[in-house]
Design a binder for this molecule. Structure first.
Ligand code: SF4
Ligand code: SF4
Length: 87
């Protein structure tokens, strides 16, 4: 799963990310940010994002970051070596 992190205060409301998202998951918020514009906002179930990073790459102000959150089932616990013994 992917988490779309938008820096609302950095956003200048150009709408490029909104237009680009292939899943139509981004909108411009009705609220204003400190710059006095309507910032981009993720709208939709978290699992709809495919993590394509298109929105982040399109943003001229680097206001978007995509973080991958591993599914619990796919996390593999690796044994840690402690003083020569496996814990
Ligand atoms: S990473 Fe891709 S699918 Fe997810 S919100 Fe951005 S453009 Fe849309
Ligand atoms: S591309 Fe960046 S600056 Fe433009 S609306 Fe999206 S987050 Fe805001």
């Amino acid at each position: 799963m992917f988490k779309v992190k938008i820096n609302r205060e950095r956003c200048k409301s150009c709408g490029l990310c909104v237009a680009f998202c292939p899943r139509n998951l981004l909108i411009l918020d009705t609220a204003l940010n400190k710059r006095g514009v309507h910032p981009s906002k993720y709208e939709g179930p978290p699992e709809r994002c495919i993590g394509c990073c298109g929105c982040a790459l399109m943003c001229p102000d680097a206001a978007i970051e995509i973080e991958e959150i591993p599914d619990e089932e796919t996390v593999v616990e690796v044994p840690v070596e402690v003083e020569g013994k496996k814990k």
